[in-house]
Design a protein around this ligand. Sequence first.
Ligand SMILES: *Cc1c(COP(=O)(O)O)cnc(C)c1O
Length: 397
Amino acid sequence: MERRIYLDNSATTHTDAEVLQKMLPYFSDVYGNGSSQHFFGREALAAIDEAREKVAKAIGAKPSEIYFTSGGTESDNWAIKGAAHALRAKGNHIITTAIEHPAVIQTCKRLEKEGFEVTYLPVDDEGFVTADQVENAITDKTVLISVMTANNEVGTIEPIREIGAVAKKHKVLFHTDAVQAIGNVPIDVVKDNIDMLSMSAHKFYGPKGVGVLYKRTGVKTERFMDGGEQERNMRASTLNTPGIVGLGAAIEKAVRDMEKNNAHVKELRDFFVAEVLANISDVRYNGTKDTSRRLASNANFSFEYIEGESILMSLDLAGIAVSSGSACSSGSLEPSYVLLSLGVPIELAHGSIRFSFGKDNTREEVEYTLTKLYEVVARLREMSPLFKKFEGEKKYV
Ligand SMILES: *Cc1c(COP(=O)(O)O)cnc(C)c1O
């Protein structure tokens, strides 16, 4: 394969070279267990503490409010199940949205089996929920609100500060899955009224398998795993020192370079979107056109009359990596529940592709992708009798 162009940065990012360098000593020289009392352990603990401070600083939290986990999925599970179980005596109602990541949706489904009631708020055709919707759904049984900061498929940035204010007013806990937002959207857990927040290092140029749950002082949850007394006796298991060092280095760099990276990525994305809309007929741009409320990295299109899977595979052969639906459901033929929630018709949802740009993509890569995309879409449509019959009829857009 001559080209390797990665336009799937919402699925994961590469580990930044500087971040990797900072991690390496913790695989070899500094391999102590952070809980050990000798100097090997103390060295590891010092590095872990430094990373904890970096994370806290990046989101306006205190180091004592940062808990290291194995990733975004664990953090979501812990926040939601942990809080729901701890507050069971108070109430059994949870509010979330229809477009959360499976790590939140499936966790809520599990709680429904245990007798919890979950409201999955609908979103509008751009993918937004409002603080009013959240407020109207609150009952005297509501113990938790979980709304993502930014959506992984269509990039919508939800009004979490307003939602957090509503939660605070009604004294309900507010959790946000900020996995897609860290390094892309400024977050301040105090100003944004966030009680719990999930993040994952591999989405912001850190390593895979390490994440954070931020829990505001005083927020009670069950402990996540039983075992040793790590993480203030809330999350057992030997700490992943290299991963945690990597997460700390990655978040520091991601927040420091946020404006620069966003400007670069937005320029690539805006160019790409304008070119696609100008050069391909019968295409729908999913999500909001308001770039101030959309991740700069995200473009999501439905190409009428053709399957997203076919486009994905053709681009793959051309050395271009993209995603159809969400990475988590690829392999299944179900159309994306996120797009369906935005009201995208099922035929169009089937023909959708997410392009997610990263800080190291270049204009030249985007131009190459456009050339290939035009070829692929034209060739697949050649084979579509429906396209020949209905081309240009703006049925959906
Ligand atoms: C990737 C992702 C997750 C899962 O994170 P992992 O670290 O892969 O478990 C959760 N929520 C959102 C919004 C994501 O994009």
